[in-house]
Design a protein around this ligand. Structure first.
Ligand code: ZN
Length: 174
């Protein structure tokens, strides 16, 4: 499925938050091309990207195949350690309950996300698993990074989906 958005090419010289989120955004574009909900994630240690992933629930028919879950597993495999103590996750949308829970278990240090999800987001949007009062592991979660771009991408995808559904319905009627 063709997507109307351009890949981002951030400068390697300036590895700031936008640099890493741009890589997550590019992962989201890959998801779109496979007709997956366009959400992408990268996990970073220092200034190195250890893992990049995008949503794959549809192609794998696996409800746990969210970008964040895949990136967490990739990172743990790579480090040979399930504790992602000094790692930061960048993800285009606020993580759901499953992914937020996994981030607590993985002891992630910090999370930056694009748009807030007031329905299912569990890093401050609908609830906040990063700051459970009695939890042994709390972490910082910062939303709103490249929010406009990430929002536009998801909106366009769902608009396209709705349009396709309408066409299919019309075809059934004719
Ligand atoms: Zn999730």
């Amino acid at each position: 499925m063709q997507n109307p958005f351009e890949k981002r090419f951030p400068s390697e010289l300036n590895r700031d938050h936008e640099y890493f989120m741009s890589h997550a955004y590019n992962q989201a574009l890959l998801a779109w091309e496979k007709d997956e909900v366009p959400i992408g994630a990268v996990i970073v240690q220092g200034d190195q990207i250890l893992a990049s992933a995008h949503n794959q629930t549809r192609s794998t028919q696996d409800p746990t195949a969210h970008a964040e879950m895949l990136a967490i597993s990739q990172t743990a495999n790579r480090l040979g350690d399930w504790r992602l103590n000094d790692c930061t996750l960048y993800v285009t949308k606020e993580p759901c309950p499953m992914c937020s829970g996994a981030l607590v278990i993985a002891r992630i240090q910090r999370v930056y996300f694009g748009l807030t999800d007031p329905k299912m987001g569990c890093l401050g949007g609908a609830s906040n698993l990063a700051q459970l009062p009695e939890s042994n592991h709390k972490f910082e979660a910062i939303g709103g990074l490249m929010e406009a771009e990430n929002h536009a991408l998801l909106n366009a995808f769902f608009e396209k989906k709705r349009a396709e559904k309408k066409v299919a319905k019309q075809r059934d009627r004719d």
